[in-house]
Design a protein around this ligand. Sequence first.
Ligand SMILES: [Zn+2]
Length: 441
Amino acid sequence: MKRTVHFSLVVLLSAIFMVSCQMEDNRSVTALKVGLLIDGTGNPPRRDVVVLIEGDSIIEVVQEEEIPAGAVVVDASQQVVIPGLIDTHVHLGERAIAGPSQEYAESVYQHLKQNLAFGVTTIVSLGMDTDSIFALRDKSWEDAFGGARILTTGTGFTSVGGHPTQLGTDLPNQIDDPAQARERVQELAAQGVDGLKIWFARSSNLPPIKTEVARAIIEEGHLHNLRVFAHLNTAADTRILVEAKLDGITHIARDPYDEETLELMQRQGTIVAPTLVQREKDLIFTKEKELFEDPVVRAILGQEVDELKETLANSGPEVLDRRAQSYQQAKENVMQLKNAGVKLAVGTDSGTNLAPMGLVTHKEIEALVDAGLSPMEALVAGTRGSAEWAGVSDRVGTIEAGKLADLLILEESPLENIRNTRKIVKIMLGGRILEPLAITQ
Ligand SMILES: [Zn+2]
């Protein structure tokens, strides 16, 4: 008790000291003048406000006359500001060289820079990381990091020989026994993962993970205060894991959800990242062919643009036709979720084929609008929704007091045209202003 009192006194004294310092000298405060602020909460946008930033965090959103004397003014009064985007489903690094090499580490860092250059300020790395991710994750939440902030699930869980081992991915958590799964969760928790990933997939001829193993992972994860996420393809599987209290879903079911599952998701706060781009990517990319002539896209992606164009050219009409049908079902499912009041997030499975890091995050937000969300709802999904999905909404996802100053300055409003999320003039990461094109150089 005595210790607590002593500690509180120290905190109080240092708070007083900090306030008095601020009153004397506001040179460390940045005042970002904003023409239109979309803060990520879903509240109506505000015109002509000022975001006050100190160090890496937002202090407050105020009116112009409240700018403290001595503050460094950054003028975005003719521009639009939104929170940095958050992608809940990313696979970092070159898979073919995954391991302890410097070359692999560089490919991971390159992916983080590419995400940031496209305005994706936080990513969740979903299940294929090597141990070196933990040190990098810690660094990414400190000052002066040059790429997107990382949250990691370490290595994900599947059955012995289950998805995605057919892709040549060597996964240590191929488990058929619930007790063994619990042990592995304890090890991952000790390593410091930010959440857990389960592949609960029945899309191939591979053995799916057993339901009792998945249940054990969710239960044990919750005992360690970890959120648990699953790759799910069907409404029936979704129901099983939602009943087991799964926290976040990635991918959308191929068939309609039943009413009880929708109601349970809404009540439990299960959040879904539909990942429309992953299932229908060639379709989505062919809808905007001029995308690949965009000089910014070319500058950031380099030769990846030409590879993408070539792959797309090989998607014949019958492939696109098949895609169109399943895309229609996926969009209807998104509307089922929205109408049932289920929260949505943005995830892309980027780093896999046809899903260039960062760029595809914008395409997912656009696809959510195509499915029937309003631009505001899609933006909230890609900011606050994703932060809640990942369990970090106390740190990122909205432009509010106490959050990290991770935001995008845009030329035009995405509420008018959702593709304007790509018109990034400047990126602020932890209060530092960065030029999109300078990030990847
Ligand atoms: Zn994935």
